[in-house]
Each structure stands twice: as C-alpha cells, then as structure tokens.
Design a binder for this molecule. Structure first.
Ligand code: TMP
Length: 209
C-alpha cells in the first residue's frame, strides 16, 4: 500500500507521519517512510538545488523537470521495491505537490502536469493521500519558525520565502485538486492539536487498510 501526505508548509506532516508509522508498526505492518524531494541518493542532490535560497536563477520549467526527475528516481529505486516487498510506503509529498505548487502555484497547466507525472510515477499513483489543511498564514508562520530554529533558512527556505499570496494560491489549489480527486485524496483539519489531527488520520487509514 502506498500512502502520501500533502499540504502547504507548516501543517505538521512529519510529526503525523512519525505517529502513523508507529501506529502501523504496532499493528504488525512493515513501513517505509520516505520523502520528496530527496528520497533517493540522486534525489538528495536535486533537493539541495531545489530548496536552496541561492537557486534564484532556477526557471519554472527547470524546477518542474528536477522535481519529476527526483520522483522518477524515487519511484524506481525506493517506492516500487518496498511495495513489491509487501511494505506500506508513506511519502512526505509526492506527485500532487507538483500539480499544486508548479500548477496552481506557479501557473503551469495542471492537466499537463498530471500527464508528465504519469511518466515519472510509472503506474505508481498513491492508494491514499492525506491532505493536511491549514490557513496559509498559520502554516507559513510555523514553517518559518521551524527553519529559523533549525538554522535551515538558507539551505531549505526557498519556498518559505515566497509571498503569502503564493502560499494561499497553493492552499486553494490543494483544496480544488482534492475535490477533483476525492476518492483518493482525503482532507484532514490540521489546525487541531497533534492528537486531534492524528485521530482523523487514524480513522481514514483504518478505513482503507
Ligand atoms: P519540504 O521538504 O519542507 O516539504 O519542502 C519541499 C518544498 O518543495 C515544498 O515547499 C514544496 C515544494 N515542492 C514542489 O514545489 N513541487 C514538488 O513536486 C515537490 C515534491 C515539492
């Protein structure tokens, strides 16, 4: 089974992924947790380029193809082998991030992005996607505080440095894309406390196991 987590910055995806991994392992499942960009060896190199604040000269089209390259590598080297081994794979971001950030956020055509993703994922679309939803201003505040605390603003802050308007467009894009794909993408209210968010996730995952 393949589960992905999506949402704007600062929704608490990684905290919830840790809780879900533990929950599933306690039920006896083998779980692989991974992420994009950067889930493979080559992807780690691509992540540096994609998220570094110094990548100011990266064009929108190059950004798109680097994310797709990261994904193709990630699917073939990490995700597919783990699924074939019977593991549950949980990825922090996947193909929907490209449709929403490069599409609704940057203005590329979502339908074209869906088709390009088809090439990158090679048949490996998620079985379930959890969309953690929070107001853009709150998410951005949490993400920026975290980057400053972890001293990662320069290395990882390229998207956090985008305007609130960009993040609001991305949030709205996620909600639109989720409505168009409601059988796979389930919305979670991420403004609640950690336990309150996990309770919603647990119920959704239980229903799809
Ligand atoms: P994160 O590891 O903090 O989630 O950062 C990844 C950033 O990359 C995040 O701002 C969203 C962005 N992103 C895209 O724009 N397109 C993509 O396809 C992916 C996977 C991420």
């Amino acid at each position: 089974m393949f589960i992905t987590f999506e949402g704007i910055e600062g929704t608490g995806k990684s905290t919830q992924i840790t809780l879900l991994k533990k929950y599933l392992e306690e039920k006896g499942y083998e779980v692989l947790v991974t992420l994009e960009p950067g889930g493979s060896r080559i992807g780690k190199e691509l992540r540096k380029i994609l998220l570094n604040m110094e990548s100011t000269d990266l064009t929108g089209e190059s950004e798109l193809f680097l994310y797709l390259a990261d994904r193709a590598q990630h699917v073939s080297q990490m995700i597919k082998p783990a699924i074939d081994d019977g593991k549950i794979v949980i990825s922090d971001r996947f193909a929907d991030s490209t449709i929403v950030y490069q599409g609704y956020g940057r203005g590329l055509e979502p339908k074209l992005l869906r088709e390009l993703n088809d090439v990158a994922v090679a048949g490996c679309w998620p079985d379930l996607t959890l969309l953690l939803d929070i107001e853009a201003a709150e998410g951005l505040r949490r993400a920026t505080t975290r980057n400053i605390r972890d001293n990662k603003m320069m290395e990882e802050g390229r998207f956090e440095a985008e305007s609130l308007e960009f993040h609001s467009r991305v949030r709205e894009g996620y909600l639109t894309w989720a409505a168009l794909n409601h059988e796979r993408i389930k919305e979670v209210d991420a403004s609640r406390d950690i336990e309150g968010v996990f309770e919603q996730i647990r119920e959704i995952v239980e229903a799809s196991l």
